[in-house]
Design a protein around this ligand. Structure first.
Ligand code: ATP
Ligand code: MG
Length: 414
């Protein structure tokens, strides 16, 4: 006999409910509140873009572009990709919408992003990011503002204590060129000791060897030259201005000279907020300055700096937020009371009172529902109450019960 199989949830996706949903929503609402304090505007951009938007701006050699993108041809034959991150789409929008006129543009967004990765704790195929960017500001003040915003967000979420800001500089173009040459010379000298992956990186993207997780690479990465000896005086001054700004704002940071972003257009500031509370998925928020990105998309040279954080990873670090309590549960007994209750519940909700109606089971089950929902009051409606035009309002914490006229219910519950 043919049986229809129940559909499954796709690997690496999530159905977010209950406690998990409360944590998730708390991250988003806190972000929304804090970004307004910093005068960042909210934008929304498409979930998919032309594949070229990501391929050109993230670079063909990155893991995201070479292995992780959800790319498909649509019915018109165009190659589209589900966004694996926000920055590239924001840069595209900046150009197509003519947002240059608003520069420096301080914006945030949030929503689902997609990467074909091996799912595990804190690593999904459809996950969610919050994102903050400043486009059109070449000043270190923009980097500082974004970092202070990130720090305040973590503090307001109550997770700042276990999370450390690691900071590095990648210098300006001249610095980067000189440092890159020194790195290549160092890695060439240790060719034989490098992992297979790092030999490929050496050809395409040598800086990435510095943040290799392969134990075979670590001693060679750790003994590689730091950027410091190659910093131009301008690049040094920029980094000093960023760290001085953080110090002035009271944001703790530590230098991590091994922290890199592999792409050519990254400049100056690179950072990650990391924790040891999430196993190997320890980076909760990451970003940096990308002054060459918009140029690489064919636009005018435009400075930019930004960060993104994984909503799931932030949510996992949270203490469980309290369930949002409701004001009252209406408990009607009998057909007449149920009919009347429908109107009372509608009126209360229109008056801004959060109220649920218990319409299943006997009186006892209905009262149990009021308790389970954490309501402050139960409003009991029986034939007697209907006749008098009142509800019996019971405070569930104390058990005290008073009669309140229907017209005064909303006021009494506030
Ligand atoms: P990782 O090293 O963990 O793969 P990444 O360098 O790929 O991170 P970014 O591209 O900088 O991460 O994305 C910013 C943030 O998005 C990360 O710091 C992390 O919090 C979150 N993130 C990245 N990939 C995933 C994923 N597959 N599932 C859940 N969150 C993720
Ligand atoms: Mg990754």
């Amino acid at each position: 006999m043919a049986r229809t199989e129940t559909p499954r949830r796709i690997r690496g996706t999530q159905d977010i409910f209950g406690d998990e949903q409360r944590r998730f929503a708390h991250v988003l609402s806190t972000f929304e509140r804090v970004r307004a304090l910093y005068c960042f505007q909210r934008i929304d951009i498409p979930v998919f873009e032309s594949t070229a938007v990501f391929a050109r701006s993230l670079g063909e050699t990155t893991d995201v572009v070479s292995k992780e993108m959800y790319t498909f041809e649509d019915r018109g034959g165009d190659s589209l990709t589900l966004r694996p991150e926000f920055t590239a789409g924001i840069a595209r929008a900046y150009l197509t919408e003519g947002w240059q006129q608003f520069a420096p543009l301080k914006i945030t967004t949030s929503g689902p992003v997609f990467r074909y990765e091996r799912p595990q704790k804190g690593r999904f195929r459809q996950f969610h990011q919050i994102d903050a960017e400043v486009i059109g500001a070449a000043e270190p003040a923009a980097d500082v503002e974004l970092l202070v915003l990130a720090d305040q967000l973590l503090r307001e979420l109550g997770i700042a204590d276990g999370v450390t800001l690691q900071l590095n500089t990648l210098g300006d173009a001249e610095t980067r060129e000189a440092w890159r040459a020194a790195l290549v010379a160092h890695f060439e000298a240790h060719r034989g000791e490098l992992s297979e992956d790092s030999l490929t990186r050496l050809e395409k993207n040598p800086m990435r060897i510095l943040d290799s997780k392969d134990p075979k690479d670590r001693p060679i990465a750790d003994s590689a030259p730091d950027i410091d000896a190659y910093l131009t005086s301008e690049a040094r001054a920029f980094f000093d201005a960023v760290t001085a700004g953080l110090d002035a704002a009271g944001v703790a940071w530590e230098r991590n000279a091994r922290l890199v972003r592999g792409l050519d257009y990254y400049r100056h500031t690179a950072f990650e907020f990391v924790t040891d509370r999430l196993g190997s998925q320890g980076t909760v928020l990451a970003g940096g300055r990308y002054d060459g990105l918009i140029g690489s998309l064919g636009g005018p040279e435009t400075a930019g700096v930004g960060w993104a954080a994984g909503v799931e990873r932030l949510a996992m670090l949270l203490d469980e937020p309290a369930a949002a309590g409701i004001d009252a549960v209406v408990v009607p007994m009998g057909a007449a009371a149920e009919a009347r209750a429908t109107g009372i519940v509608a009126d209360l909700r229109r008056a801004g009172v959060a109220v649920e109606m218990a319409y299943k089971g006997k009186m006892k089950a209905r009262m149990a529902k009021a308790d389970a929902l954490g309501a402050r009051f139960a409003i009991i409606l029986g034939d007697d109450e209907l006749a008098k035009g009142v509800g019996a309002v019971k405070a569930l914490a104390t058990g005290t019960q008073t009669e309140v006229a229907f017209a005064d219910l909303a006021e009494a519950l506030r």
